[in-house]
Design a protein around this ligand. Structure first.
Ligand code: CA
Length: 239
């Protein structure tokens, strides 16, 4: 995949990991700005106006979530969090503070770059969703509200379309459960977590090749869900 060059600010106090991240980003054609502390990160963010920030949650001078909140007061830059922690509450706190997504340490280069691409897509596409989603043999046209699989048309309910649309708007990125419920059910929020789980399970049965081992509609335990469609840039509706 060819990527345009972006300026990425890497905020990580471990110099070795920071070096690895920058080497990886440069290998993918991006420019890398480094910061080893929150204080430095704020200075670099103001002077370089990066296209993406990668922020470690465990920083020496300030909690990562606090830094994110400070950045968010001035900028809508995509923020990807690095978390060594398995506590879902801390990931949710980072997302609530304004982070777009997280990667849990240890992570692979492929995993990190997939998240980087998804976060940058929010900038380059302005958050517009893909009109046609491809999930294996299944295709879903969100605009026309039609879906088809290898065996023919697939019926999706209005709520299932709304859940898919909310996930597709942030394709590749985690969508926190609360946000998904709000978007799918509207302001009155009659949906709850259990209800959401039920509809996600129905969507998997209808769209996934193997609903018991989802490949496209993924669960982020304790946080929310993530839709990972196949690249649909040159896809034509054929159903
Ligand atoms: Ca750290």
């Amino acid at each position: 995949m060819t990527e345009a060059m972006f300026n990425v600010l890497v905020v990580e106090d471990e110099a070795e990991l920071r070096g690895v991240l920058c080497t990886l980003l440069r290998a993918h054609g991006h420019r890398c700005i480094e910061a080893g502390s929150s204080e430095r990160a704020l200075i670099e963010a103001r002077s370089h106006r990066p296209d993406l920030m990668i922020v470690d949650l465990g920083l020496p001078d300030r909690d990562g979530a606090t830094l994110i909140r400070e950045v968010r007061r001035e900028s809508a830059v995509p923020i990807l969090v690095l978390s060594a922690r398995t506590l879902e509450t801390e990931k949710i706190a980072a997302l609530d503070a304004g982070a777009d997504d997280y990667v849990t340490k240890p992570f692979s280069a492929a995993e990190l770059m997939a998240r980087v691409r998804a976060a940058l897509r929010r900038v380059t596409r302005g958050g517009a969703q893909q009109p046609v989603l491809k999930l294996g043999t299944a295709c879903v046209d969100l605009d026309a509200r039609r879906a088809a699989g290898a065996a023919g048309p697939i019926h999706l309910t209005p709520i299932e379309y709304r859940i898919l649309a909310a996930l597709a708007q942030r394709a590749g990125l985690v969508v926190p459960q609360r946000q998904l419920i709000g978007q799918a059910w509207g302001a009155e929020r009659i949906g709850d977590a259990q209800n959401l789980r039920f509809h996600i399970s129905r969507l998997r049965q209808k769209l996934e090749p193997d609903a018991s081992r989802p490949r496209y509609i993924l669960t982020e335990a304790g946080v929310g869900y993530r839709l990972v469609p196949e690249a649909a840039a040159d896809l034509k509706w054929s159903g």
